[in-house]
Ligand binder design. Structure first.
Ligand SMILES: Nc1ncnc2c1ncn2[C@@H]1O[C@H](COP(=O)(O)OP(=O)(O)OP(=O)(O)O)[C@@H](O)[C@H]1O
Ligand SMILES: [Mg+2]
Length: 164
């Protein structure tokens, strides 16, 4: 399986979906999030971080003054937000490759701003508005490792409920 589409009726469902995905993430995994302003990328990452083992007491929000927030858990979790990035070449000095190739889990908001810097294999999550409170969340696996994750996820996704 390499693609699943969910319908999220409310923010807490987006977080819940993120948690379910987060539980399946391993060291070195990269999740690329794409979606308009306010689509729910940060909400989903909140869930990813919790699912990946970042303690609940550790507040997860979008990095506001830095581009990268780091959470120390059993597996380090990196939240990168490229909203304030201008051109792609501005990202070249940030050492993003070190995160992508490192031992932690990395989630990138506005991943579409750095197409040539992203690793070839990753989990792509595209969030679309379908209404004021509803979102369509499309997951696409690029690479064998992520296809395996999606297959495992496919079994668990039934517990999520709403699925196209
Ligand atoms: N089904 C839903 N899933 C996620 N968020 C939702 C949903 N319905 C409404 N919302 C609202 O949409 C907003 C999503 O905010 P969030 O910061 O996660 O978006 P974002 O994609 O990270 O935006 P930005 O591009 O500004 O970083 C929140 O205010 C949330 O309450
Ligand atoms: Mg955000």
């Amino acid at each position: 399986m390499n693609k699943v589409v969910f319908l999220s009726p409310k923010p807490s469902d987006t977080i819940r979906l993120g948690k379910m995905i987060g539980r399946l993430l391993n060291r070195g995994d990269v999740v690329a999030l794409i979606g308009e302003l306010g689509a729910g990328k940060t909400q989903l990452i909140k869930g990813l971080a919790q699912g990946a083992g970042v303690s609940k007491s550790t507040y997860v929000s979008s990095p506001s003054f830095t581009l990268i927030n780091e959470y120390k858990g059993e597996i380090p979790f990196y939240h990168i937000d490229l909203y304030r990035l201008g051109e792609e070449k501005e990202a070249e000095g940030l050492g993003l490759e070190d995160y992508f190739q490192g031992e932690g889990i990395t989630a990138v908001e506005w991943a579409d701003r750095i197409p040539s810097l992203l690793p070839e294999e990753l989990l792509n999550i595209h969030i679309y508005y379908t209404g004021k409170k509803t979102r369509s969340i499309e997951m696409v696996a690029k690479g064998e490792k992520y296809k395996d994750l999606m297959t495992k996820f496919g079994v668990r996704s039934q517990e999520f409920g709403v699925k196209y």
